[in-house]
Design a protein around this ligand. Structure first.
Ligand SMILES: [Zn+2]
Length: 48
């Protein structure tokens, strides 16, 4: 198998676990910690 996997930056949503391959994932910093959140979970983050 000549499966050449390209190295892509894959982020995982801290809330639902989806990856940036499926859904756009944003990076944010909370209390000095870098976290990732996908577009689906972003509204939940905004509304607390
Ligand atoms: Zn999510």
């Amino acid at each position: 198998m000549a499966d050449v996997k390209k190295v892509a930056l894959e982020l995982e949503c801290a809330n639902c676990g989806t990856t940036s391959e499926l859904t756009p994932v944003l990076t944010y910093v909370h209390q000095g910690e870098e976290k990732y959140i996908c577009m689906h979970c972003l509204p939940m983050l905004i509304h607390g």
